[in-house]
Design a protein. Structure first.
Length: 389
């Protein structure tokens, strides 16, 4: 998500120190993922090569038991079919394509830099522990969840060489393998037994909650109307919980400050999801993505509520829904700031968070204003009418 020139000018008036830290940690985040992407490819490939078919079935079964998604189970015959395709086309083609598709979301770009800034700001986390924690919990587990979504939503990559059915098997097994790899790296964090136990307890709680809400999210996708209370529960338990789990498990002795980061990350994720919902409404000409109605979303629920109240002007419905959605995003932002303000004044990376949170709130507001210009109304209107009528 590039920073626009007008944002840079505004940022210059905020804090020079914050800008320098933002530059530093965003650069470190890119370098971190640049090193970890080939590692993820290599680890997946190695497990596939060294594991028997029955071993892979067990990894899949263990993953399904933890996440409670029987739809993601890989049977023995499916494993054999995938290995046959893998042998035919080569793991050097299939696995990198899968990893690149599984890590395509913007989540990676908005978690790595803040996580690095938080851990290094705490000052008592060993560099090796930061690496294991951030890769295992901050990357592998969220990517596994995203891949699960791709399978459940039937939005897996349409590969030019691999049959669609086999490509789905690749995603189901890939989600399990990345989850397996993530837990392996968490166990390699070298810290006190008390902190390790705390990490595992919070991680297990997060996995359980995300899985429950992911299941709920999957169920409501076929519903015409999702009540606000249920929608808030899904956002809180799936989207927000993923990021709050990452920050809640920082391997640090300074548990009071870690708790502040957990709270801030929770609401930050909610604000970012609102911004992403506006991005769906706008589309993206750079990747040929057409404007689409985010479903489920606060925007859609607000639209349906207006229709139920008797409003029939679809343009007016969309405008009012967008305004209410922005209010929801700003509500999340306010709670993020509350958490930020609890950090000690001399916390050395606090300027990074001040600038970063300011910037992403500008992104949210800019996307809202862009939608109100109405250029994508003609694309969204027919999608909305199909649900309203």
């Amino acid at each position: 998500m590039p920073i626009k020139k007008r944002h840079i000018v505004r940022l210059l008036f905020k804090t020079r120190r914050g800008l320098l830290q933002a530059k530093k940690y965003n650069k470190k985040a890119k370098e971190f993922w640049k090193n970890k992407e080939p590692q993820m490819i290599e680890e997946i490939t190695r497990i596939l090569e060294k594991s028997s078919d029955k071993d892979l079935v067990k990894i899949s079964r263990d993953f399904v038991e933890r996440t409670n998604f029987p739809e993601l189970t890989c049977k023995l015959e499916e494993i054999r079919e995938f290995k046959r395709i893998l042998k035919h086309f080569g793991s050097d083609i299939v696995i990198p394509d899968f990893v690149r598709y599984g890590t395509r979301t913007g989540f990676l770009t908005v978690v790595i830099a803040p996580a690095l800034a938080a851990a290094e700001g705490l000052g008592d986390v060993d560099e090796k522990n930061i690496e294991e924690w951030l890769y295992g919990i901050g990357i592998c587990l969220p990517v596994s969840a995203d891949v699960c979504d791709s399978v459940l939503d039937e939005e897996v990559l349409k590969h030019t060489l691999i049959p669609h059915k086999t490509w789905i098997i690749c995603h189901k097994l890939g989600a399990a393998l990345i989850f397996h790899i993530g837990l392996k790296h968490v166990r390699e964090i070298k810290t006190t037994k008390k902190i390790q136990d705390k990490i595992m307890k919070r991680l297990n709680k997060g996995i359980k909650k995300v899985s429950e809400k992911q299941r709920m999210d999957f169920r409501v996708k076929n519903m015409r109307y999702v009540p606000l209370s249920l929608l808030e529960e899904i956002y809180d338990g799936k989207i927000c919980e993923i990021e709050s789990t990452v920050f809640a498990t920082i391997p640090s002795q300074r548990t009071d400050i870690v708790k502040m980061f957990e709270q801030g990350a929770h609401f930050f994720a909610g604000e970012l999801q609102i911004a992403d919902d506006f991005e769906d409404l706008l589309g993206d000409v750079n990747i040929n993505k057409l404007p689409e109605l985010p479903n489920p979303s606060f925007f859609l629920t607000y639209c349906i509520d207006s229709w139920k109240d008797g409003e029939r002007d679809v343009k007016k419905i969309m405008i009012e829904a967008a305004k209410k959605t922005l209010e929801k995003g700003d509500e999340y932002h306010g709670k993020v700031i509350e958490a930020l303000n609890k950090l000690p004044k001399k916390f050395k990376t606090k300027p990074f968070f001040e600038v970063t949170l300011w910037y992403y709130n500008r992104v949210l507001n800019d996307r809202f204003k862009q939608f109100l210009k109405g250029k994508t109304y003609p694309d969204v209107r027919p999608q909305l009418l199909k649900i309203l009528k």
